[in-house]
Design a protein around this ligand. Structure first.
Ligand SMILES: Nc1ncnc2c1ncn2[C@@H]1O[C@H](COP(=O)(O)OP(=O)(O)O)[C@@H](O)[C@H]1O
Ligand SMILES: [Mg+2]
Length: 261
């Protein structure tokens, strides 16, 4: 089944007040930012999407897929699971090699015929982490950055989930813009919890969380995208200057600043 649309029906905030929106609709291909202070309900929102909540989670929200209540098999059958989840907490802590892990996962997803792709998957993970992963490494010895990079590549090539949830990857030690690029293939819906202004402004819209409720839905304006572009430029420039300093150069001239879009 093709995922064309996700609809969020209002639930309740932490005090039990009804959320103040009618419904929120997200269509295939959109990237949605989730912002708000600590404890405001960002991770809980992702959990609701992951569970395809039907009024029984803490928030009482309901999630519809293509305007309907999603079939139960979407939640229970691993091979039909439509949602990929990248969290702060690592969820593979098994004593097995990278290669075995990927092959077992391909089997579980009914994709045994794709086992020749394992090397390619590892290669793409290595574009996201600075510390190269090899097929024979044991999962138990992977660093935080390596295991997240492997999870991103796994989400992109093994799970191929049409809906991706990402919870604060900022401190994960990976090239996050590259990771997002790899995940945001055409047609996917991405929910991204982030405190990084560049990532938050590089979305189609953002949900502002407050006291457990979605308090605002802000559509990203063209000006905001321009500013995101400008912030990325500053980041790149900072990296350049850092490298120049490292190799012993003097920094006495400011590079001309590009104008925001
Ligand atoms: N609408 C809600 N009703 C009841 N509890 C909620 C609601 N939203 C969030 N919570 C709970 O509040 C706590 C903090 O929320 P969390 O999603 O972890 O915040 P954040 O990720 O923004 O830091 C969690 O225990 C969460 O389950
Ligand atoms: Mg959180």
């Amino acid at each position: 089944m093709k995922i064309e649309k996700i609809t969020i029906l209002p639930g309740r905030d932490k005090k039990g007040n009804r959320e103040g929106f009618g419904k929120i609709e997200i269509i295939a291909g959109q990237k949605i930012g989730i912002v708000g202070s600590t404890g405001s309900g960002k991770s809980q929102f992702l959990y609701d999407i992951d569970r395809l909540a039907q009024g029984t989670t803490k928030t009482k929200r309901k999630i519809l897929i293509n305007d309907r209540t999603p079939p139960a098999e979407f939640r229970h059958d691993a091979s039909k699971k439509i949602i990929g989840y990248l969290t702060q907490h690592m969820n593979f802590l098994t004593d097995t090699t990278v290669k075995d892990f990927l092959e077992t996962h391909l089997d579980a997803r009914g994709k045994s015929h794709k086992k020749h792709l394992v090397e390619k998957i590892i290669e793409s993970a290595n574009k996201i982490t600075g510390e190269p992963i090899t097929a024979e490494l044991n999962l138990l010895v992977l660093s935080g950055g390596q295991s997240r990079a492997l999870m991103v590549a796994d989400l992109a090539y093994v799970s191929e989930s049409p809906i991706i949830l990402i919870d604060e990857i900022e401190n994960a030690g990976i090239r996050k813009e590259k990771a997002l690029e790899l995940l945001s293939e055409k047609g996917k819906i991405i929910f991204l919890v982030t405190h990084d202004p560049r990532l938050a402004l590089n979305t189609d819209k953002r949900l502002v969380m407050k006291s457990g409720a979605i308090s605002q839905v802000i559509h990203t304006s063209i000006k905001e995208r321009g500013i995101a572009h400008y912030l990325s430029w500053i980041e790149e420039y900072t990296l350049e200057v850092r490298e120049d300093i490292r190799v012993g150069k003097r920094i006495e001239e400011l590079k001309l600043i590009c104008t925001p879009l």
